[in-house]
Design a binder for this molecule. Sequence first.
Ligand code: FES
Length: 674
Amino acid sequence: MVFPRRAWEQEISRIAQITMADFRIQFLPDDRAAVVEEGTNLLTAARAADVYVGAICGGEGICGKCRVIVREGEVEGESTEFLTRDEIRRGYVLACQVVPKSDLVVEVPPESRLGGYQEIGRDSERFRDFAHRGVERPQTEIDPLVEKYPLALPEPTLEDAAGDQERVLAAVAKKRPGALQMGLKITRELPRLLRMRREGRSSWSWVWDGRITATVGSRGDVDEILLAEKGDTSDRNFGVALDVGTTTVVGHLVDLTTGITREAAAKYNSQLKFGADVINRINHARQPGGAEELHRSIIEDVETLIDELTRRAKVGRGDISCVVAAGNTTMLHFLLGLEADLIRLAPFVPAATKLPPFRAAELGVRIHPRGLLYTLPMVGSYVGGDIMAGILASGIYRSDKLSLLLDIGTNGEVVLGNKEFLVACSASAGPAFEGGSISCGMRATSGAIDTVRIFRHELTVSATTIDGAPPVGMCGTGLIDALAQMFLAGVVDRSGCFQIDRAPDRFRTNGEDGRPQFLLVSAKESGSDRDVMISQADVENLIRTKGAIYAAADSLVQSVGISFDEIQRVYIAGGFGNRLDISSCIAVGLLPDVPTERVRFIGNASVAGTKMVMRSRRRFEQVREICDQITYQELIVDPSYMEKFTSACFLPHTDLQRFPTVAEKLEAHAGGKR
Ligand code: FES
C-alpha cells in the first residue's frame, strides 16, 4: 500500500503508539504516580509525578544522589558505580540511569528526598532567626516602595474646578513629592470613586464624597498611582520579600504599614530537578523549552509561598501590593525570564543588572493586579542581588570597621570593605556545604546530622540531628564539624588523608570507589538502613570547597594590601542554621583565624536586606548607589588565585602560621593531651 506523505506520517505515529508501551510508576512514601512512555527514566517519571528526588548533576549519572529502591517491577539500565553490591541486591538503582520494563512501585529513601514545602513556624528558631534576630534591626521610619495614602479631598467649587485626576495628584504630591503619574484605568474610575450616586424619583445625581485611598508605587524616577479605592484601606498594605536561592526559596510577608514581618515560609527551589548549581541549570535552559521550564518552575515556587503566607496571615492576595526579590544573578534571570546563557561564557555578560519594577502579573505572580515586582540590583554575572542585600543587612557599607562578608552557598560570594570602599568576588564553591556531592550529604532537614563531637581518647563519636530525628545524612554544619573533629582527633592529616591506624575500627574499606570511609553512625543506629559515613573523596571535596572560599577571601584581602589580622569584623551569611560552630570553621580553614568574637553569623542576610529595601524607598536608591561603587574582582584573571587555592586545600592551610589557634590545639594534642 502506498500512503500519501501526511497519511504515512500518521500511520507511523499510530504504529509507534501501538508498540510504545506506557508504564505506571508509583512512588512511595508520597503515594504519587505517573504514567510514562517506555524509555523514560525514573528521574523524569518522578518529576512527572511531582515527586522530588535529589538530582545534583541534573541526571547526568555522575552525582549518585538520585538513589531510589525498586520495590515491585522490572527496570533496565546500569547504575552500579555509586551503589554497593548489597544495595543493588536490595533493589537500589540510580533513578536517572534506569528505565521501566513494567509497571513499578518505587520507594524514594529519606536521603534522596528533597521534600516539598518547608514550613517555618512562627515560634520556630528559624523564624526568629529570619524575622527578629541579628541583622533585622527595627526600622522606625517606614517609607515603603509601595505606600497607601488615605485622602479626604475638598469638594470642587466654581472657583476650584480642577479635574478629579489633578485633584488626586495634587493631594498625593503633598505627601509624596516628586514626579507622579496615573494611568487611564484609574483616571476612568475616579469620578465614581470620589462621589456617591443619589437615586431620585426619575433620575439620579452625583454627591461628593472625596474619601479615597491612593496606592502609590515607586517606578524608578517616577511614582505611579497603582490603585485608588473608596474609603480608608491604608491598614491593608502588604509586601512579600523573596530570597530566590539556588537551593531554597524563602518568602516573608511584611505589613507595610508597620514594617512588621507577619509570616515566613520557605520551600526548596523546584529547579533542583534540573541540577544543583547554576551552571547545570543554564545548561538545561539551552534545551528546547528548558528556559521556559526553569522560569515557570520558579514562578510556581513563588506562587506556592504566597499561597502559604497569605493563608497563614489571613491576608488576601489583593492586599499584597509588591514583591521584592533578591537572588544570585542566574536565579533572578530565570525569575524574570531573561536569557541566562551568556552568564556562563567569557566575558560573562548578564542580560541586565539594574532592572525597573515590573507588573507582577506580567510574570504570572498573582498579587494585586497592578502590584509591582522589584529586583535588587546585581553587580555582575556572579555577584548578584543577594549579596547586595547582604551588604545592606550587614551594614558594612556604612561602617568604619574593615569587614569581610562571606555568603556561603553553592556559589560563594565574598565582599571586603567599609564605608570607604567595597570589593567583591565570587568563587565556585560547589554544593558540598549544602550536602551535594558528598556521599551521605543532605540539606538541613529533619534527620540531618548538624553537630559532631569526636572524643580524642577513645575516638567515640556523638552527634545531634535536626529535629532530633534518627540520623540519615549530614548537612553543612555537621560536615564542617565532622571535618574539624576528625582533623583535631588525628583521624585525618593536614592534607586530608585518612589515618586508618588511628582508629582502625571506625574505618570501612568498601567505599563506592574502593577507598576508605570513616563511620559516624552505623546502619543500626541510623534512620535509614545504611551507615552514615564520610569518605576519603568527601573529605577531599569539602577541603576543595572551603579552599575556594578562603582563597577568594585571601585574594580580596591581598588586592587591597592588608592582612586578615586587620579585619575587624567577619560576617557569615547563608542557610547554615544556628548551630554553625565558628571554631570548627576556623579549624578547617574555612574562616581566617581571627578572634571568634569578631565573627558574626547573620543567617539569611539576603532576605533581611530585601525587607530593608521593601520598607524604604531611600534604601532602594541606596542599594543601587552602593552597587555602582563596588569593585568586582574576577578571580580567573588573578594570576595568584590558583596558588592561593592550592595552599588553602590543606587543613587548615599549608601555612600553619596563618592559623595560630589551630596550631596551638594541634601542639597540645601532640604533647600527649590527646
Ligand atoms: S546520578 Fe542521577 S541525578 Fe546525578
